[in-house]
Design a protein around this ligand. Structure first.
Ligand code: PEP
Ligand code: MG
Length: 308
């Protein structure tokens, strides 16, 4: 049924009854932008600037890289994620201590405990690029576990004049306390790749454990639901930027769980837009309830695909 309409259909994301769902792009640099495909950028991974280098990129280099993206999208939302180093993204210049368990170690926002100057310079550069562009600049931190961490990040970002400050939900404890985190920041973005990894204690790169990392796992959906509920209560945006957002059927479930924006690689956008346009918000919510009740991913999928 998804093939009845042309896959190139443009325009903002909406359910069949007109409930808006913001569709955004995941990018690694300005080269990944596809203007017209989506409504903005939901995840700008800034690691590319830092990888394969002996020294940190300069303030000027960073301003130029962020400006290249922001200036391409006047009036649009661009969510810049601060450096997500460590674990599967080691950075030589950070000279982090060797760790036997890097996925549970000093990664993401935690690197700023050891090297606060790296985050400070990055936030300075983002603020400078934001001032010079007409984009709506949002900034968020990866690998946040507690409301205290969220508050510390928000303070540092707001001190620099950044006005849309959020955190990623990638750690189960953060999802469980989504409400408390939202008291500190303006928005949440659920990173389902890492949230699945940490919720199921299964290395995201481990092929043998793919069944545990399935984004249809009802346990993962339950954590996402807690974030969606917290967002509705607080009246603050909660999005998903992990791979789950790129699965058209699962996208309808996420919307039913209270998710207001979906961010994905450009090629996935048309099919997600189409799937949303086929279902009313009520249907999405009914589907979300069935998926949460399912015993396993296969049952959750079947409960949704069988409804049409
Ligand atoms: C995620 O973890 O879902 C995410 C979007 O971040 P990354 O894939 O860059 O770790
Ligand atoms: Mg992640």
């Amino acid at each position: 049924a998804l093939r009845d309409r042309p896959a190139t259909e443009q325009g903002p994301g909406r359910t069949a009854d007109g409930h808006p769902v913001t569709l955004l792009l995941n990018i690694g640099s300005a080269r990944d932008l596809r203007p017209g495909t989506a409504e903005g950028v939901g995840l700008f991974r800034t690691e590319f600037l830092f990888l394969d280098r002996r020294d940190a990129p300069t303030y000027e280099e960073q301003v130029a890289a962020y400006t290249a993206v922001l200036q391409a999208l006047p009036g649009r939302r661009v969510v810049i994620r601060t450096l997500d180093a460590g674990s599967d993204k080691p950075l030589p210049f950070l000279r982090l201590p060797g760790e036997s368990n890097p996925a549970l170690g000093v990664r993401g926002l935690r690197t700023s405990r050891i090297h606060p100057e790296v985050l400070d310079t990055q936030l300075d550069a983002i603020a400078e690029a934001a001032r010079a562009s007409a984009a709506e600049t949002w900034v968020m931190a990866p690998m946040v576990s507690t409301a205290d961490e969220a508050a510390g990040f928000a303070r540092r970002a707001r001190e620099r004049g950044l006005r849309h400050v959020g955190v990623m939900i990638e750690v189960p404890a953060a999802a469980l306390h989504a409400r408390r985190l939202l008291a500190e920041v303006d928005f949440l973005s659920v990173g389902t790749n890492d949230l699945g990894q940490y919720a199921f204690a299964a290395d995201r790169q481990h092929g043998e454990l793919a069944d545990l990392l399935d984004p249809w796992q009802p346990g993962l959906l339950r954590l996402i639901a807690m974030c969606g509920e917290a967002g509705r209560e607080a009246g603050k945006p909660v999005g998903v930027c992990g791979e789950a957002a790129a699965d058209p059927l699962l996208a309808t479930v996420l919307v039913g769980l209270g998710i207001g924006s979906l961010s994905m690689a450009a090629p996935s956008v048309p099919a997600v837009r189409e799937a949303l346009g086929r279902h009313s918000l009520d249907e999405c919510e009914a589907g979300a309830r069935r998926a949460l009740e399912a015993e396993n991913p296969a049952e959750a999928r079947a409960a949704i695909s069988g409804r049409r």
